[in-house]
Design a protein. Structure first.
Length: 253
């Protein structure tokens, strides 16, 4: 089996290669690439590969940019330290999503899953059904129970202007009454499962913004972006550098 590794951390790539060779000596790692640009160039010329192991964050961008520039029908196993991209990963030819640090058991199970797939890519109909399931579960006027003192108060999804973490506790700001509430969900749960991804974006590790409440976007130092909401907030809203390209595409979509 021919395998391509797309990974910008040399130690991580070497460890993955070692695990693959230990699991199956017939696996041939035909290349190790660490940038979006090189990946696009390689895959535009060569797709005679059985499987791709791919990190999310690469030296020059997010790996999803690869699949926007070149059509890839090769099954992909994502290997990353970030769990917030799992839904997006399955909209390309992903068959598994492994979180770092990886181990031999997880890689072996992913390879076994690959072997059970009869087609070289996720079936189109299955993919559409998955997207519909995600859309149906996330769309609509969801309600969340939030804490206001000792009371539990319902809030609609469209009320949420900003969600942030402070002292390891999730808070949200209602964009209508501009009050702050506590919510017993993590940012990971909210952005990956609960919130409509077309309306909400996690701009950094500690903040999620609602698109409808963004007033303006300004350049910030170190190639980042600074956001201003339509309501006053007492904290900076900075889009982290690795999320800038994805944020711009999300905001205009």
């Amino acid at each position: 089996m021919k395998v391509l590794i797309i990974e910008d951390e040399k130690l991580a790539a070497a460890r993955l290669k070692s695990i693959l060779e230990k699991i199956d000596q017939e696996i041939e790692v035909i290349g190790e690439i660490d940038t979006v640009r090189e990946s696009v160039d390689f895959l535009s010329k060569n797709q005679k590969i059985d499987l791709i192991f791919c990190d999310i964050h690469l030296a020059d961008g997010i790996s999803f940019e690869i699949f926007e520039q070149v059509e890839v029908t090769i099954p992909i196993i994502f290997v990353t330290a970030y769990d917030e991209y799992s839904i997006k990963a399955f909209k390309v030819n992903s068959i598994d999503y492994l979180l770092k640090p990886i181990n031999e058991k997880a890689v072996a199970e992913a390879l076994e899953k690959h072997q059970k797939i009869s087609k070289p890519a996720v079936d189109v109909e299955t993919l559409k059904n998955l997207e519909n399931l995600i859309s149906n579960s996330q769309r609509g006027e969801k309600r969340f129970l939030v804490k206001s003192g000792i009371k539990l108060v319902p809030k609609k999804e469209s009320d949420l202007a900003l969600i942030f973490v402070n002292n390891k506790i999730s808070h949200l700001i209602d964009g209508n009454n501009q009050k702050v509430y506590l919510i017993e969900k993590t940012l990971e749960e909210l952005i990956n499962i609960e919130l409509d991804p077309t309306l909400f974006f996690r701009i950094n590790r500690k903040q999620i913004v609602g698109k409808e409440f963004i007033e303006s976007i300004k350049p910030h130092y170190n190639q980042r972006l600074s956001l201003e909401l339509k309501i006053p907030v007492d904290q900076e809203l900075i889009v982290s550098r690795e999320k800038v390209n994805e944020f711009k595409k999300w905001f205009i979509s």
